[in-house]
Design a protein around this ligand. Sequence first.
Ligand code: ATP
Length: 296
Amino acid sequence: MLKVENIYKNYGSVKALRGLSFECQEGEIFGLLGENGAGKTTTFRIIMGLVGANQGTVTLDGMPIDYSKTDQIGFVTEERSLLTKLTVEEQAQFYGALKGMNEQEVDKALTFWLKRFEIEEYRYRKIKELSKGNQQKIQFLCAVMNHPKLLILDEPFTGLDPINVKLLKDAIYDLKKEGCMIIFSSHQMEYIEEFCEKLVILVKGKPILKGSLKEVKQQYGIKRVEVVGDVTSSDFQNIKGVEKVDALQDKFILHITGEEVVPRIFKAIKEKKIRKFEAMEPTLNEIFIEKVGEAK
Ligand code: ATP
């Protein structure tokens, strides 16, 4: 298990992290969310031991993370970190050696991943000759070729088309199944919703919302109702708690103050011909925008 406990980090007067704690278990994907400058990269650097924290501890399976452990951590950084003059094969051998793999092990892993990512023909090509998306696949395979215990993915889908996003997603799910702990960061909320069982949202280094995706959604509550049927906007007038009604082509979206408003709406229109009535779960995107806005 990865355990991050009460981390504080200052860069001079900049408070980059203010009391961050979370855990990630084997086979779990944990989402680290925040705006630009919220402290995500700093968190990754502290986990990797690249920078020290002012306060707090990070442990992997109960032990502090030092150089003897970093081989067990794969890191796909947002900014690409490949040696572009090397060939794919040379790059993999270089990273493999740093992770303590021998040549045959790297060779076997590289053959497996190039086939899986459908880029076998690039094995002897220089990295700089590859497209951005294919460079991203090389970066990913270099991070996972020694089956890391912990994998940190910072915007892993950048530059990938939908087919390649699918290839990478499937690979991430397989690593999860193998028991890999995965910390996932992305500004694309649909990926976080799809992948992460648990998450934390940081605002200026401070965790403002934390828990399972389900808990986070429950805390936020129901804020929208969709109605399709023989109704008009005036049917929703004067219902206490309905703040706004959007009349779209074939449906009405009602913005409400909370879940207690739902039965009131239902009561007001129950005699009408209704084809759809749905109290809609909030999206992570809505939660993020509102909660980050409030905290600021
Ligand atoms: P992004 O989404 O843009 O990558 P982030 O969430 O990864 O942002 P960090 O890079 O961790 O954010 O930065 C957190 C804060 O710390 C920011 O205010 C940033 O300017 C500051 N910071 C980061 N690295 C340094 C540094 N080496 N020296 C001084 N300040 C830094």
